[in-house]
Design a protein around this ligand. Sequence first.
Ligand SMILES: Cc1ncc(COP(=O)(O)O)c(C=O)c1O
Length: 366
Amino acid sequence: MHYERPQFFHVMQYAASADRDVVDMVSGNPDWEPPTALRDGLREYADADPDEFQYPPSEGLRDLREEIAARRNVDADRIVVTNGTGEANYLAMAAAMDRDAGSEVLLTDPVYPYYPGKAELLGGDATLVPTERDGSIHPERFREAASEETGLILVNTPNNPTGAVYDRETVAELERVAAEVDATLVVDEVYDHFDFTGEFESALTLDSDRVIVTTGYSKSMAITGFRVGYAVLPERLVDAAKTRHMLVNVATSRPPQAAVLRALRETDADYYADVRAMLRERVTMFTDALDAAGAEYTTPEGAFYVLARFEDFPGTMENAKRLIDEAGVAGMPGETFGSARGEWLRFALVTPRVEEAAARLADYFA
Ligand SMILES: Cc1ncc(COP(=O)(O)O)c(C=O)c1O
């Protein structure tokens, strides 16, 4: 079977092999320091007893799950520690679709491309539900699209690529839509620490047995290479997810779990607030330059991406490559995020060179 492969690495490789200097605004790899305690935790791990170098419990280190449970106000038994939010999404989607009824998956348009890929991998049929111009969603559109074929509704907030943050009532209404057709709602909250509105609330507060929340530390602790995330599942789905995780992975690697645990315990709120403040500055710097370039753009309420639309320069793969070669800036073509943003390009603000990239774009499109 042929699965569609997300194009992020393709564009990054193209940019890396270009003949000129290129500012990479493709990858979602944070460029800032992880928490100090994370580095301490890793160093400490190097001197641990050999028995701590052996298999961890498959569903995650007990202490880490208990720490997460206390912070999220859920029972630790509902948590599976995964290889990043990516695996948590896969487990959540598999759990939701493991049923004797239709296998339709409702996603947003634009969409984070790994979702339709995973839906296909799991034998589901993805339907993209349009979002509004500013990235917000109307649950009514999901209600119109939902049917007894729908097994899963999956959304991501704060959102990649639109930067929208959905309010609690919107997510609560999506849960009601899911209930009407006996489906499961999965909410990917991997950007939960990057909310500029102060309004973001986790879907865990809905306390619903048809909601699965997924998240991880890749972005919040600036450690996309560590691969630590987790899913919080309702009791009725958690055992199947643990079994699938065990069969596919055996377990998630121990040292990064231990380092994340130490960082959770020892990192105060200032660490996250400082990163948010830095990102806000980058957003302003970048969108000012987009104004100068005469571009249309979305100002993110959360996460760290800006969607921009330049006159007569649609967001095709060909144009993304042209921008790399001719302007020295690499962004993701909007056409890779579903069908709604084919005219747009997505720029990730996780580079210290945002100002330089902005100047290059302003020059190129002036
Ligand atoms: C919406 C969304 N979900 C999941 C992921 C993957 O996160 P992780 O590195 O925790 O697997 C990303 C990464 O960019 C993302 O944007």
